[in-house]
Write a protein that binds this ligand. Structure first.
Ligand code: ZN
Length: 109
């Protein structure tokens, strides 16, 4: 996955186009991610009768997953939406490099 948890991303297509947010969760199998405050959907929670006779329940807003191809990584160094290239370091570990400013992006372990 070219996008990792805690990355800042910008949405480039779909309903949420133009918004930016932090990646909260990555689903590698489906190629989908959850981005903070992006693609909010309303979920109805079930009403429950409580002891006072009142009712609880209502609508909760929650992030829905979006496809990874709908976002671009925002480079933490130059602040621009960018593509990354993967480089192999001397010790064999991989790191991502911003194609705009050529800065190496720190890897999250
Ligand atoms: Zn950059």
């Amino acid at each position: 996955m070219r996008i990792k948890k805690n990355d800042l991303v910008k949405v480039i297509s779909g309903n949420a186009k133009g918004s930016e947010g932090k990646v909260l969760k990555v689903f590698p199998e489906g190629g989908r991610i959850i981005v903070e405050k992006v693609h909010m959907i309303k979920r109805h929670t079930r009403k429950q009768q409580n002891r006072g006779g009142g009712q609880q329940g209502g609508i909760v807003e929650k992030e829905a997953p979006i496809h990874i191809s709908d976002v671009m990584l925002v480079c933490p160094k130059c602040g621009k939406p960018t593509r990354t290239s993967v480089i192999i370091l001397g010790d064999g570990s991989k790191a991502r490099k911003c194609k705009k400013c050529q800065e190496m992006l720190s890897e999250q372990k």
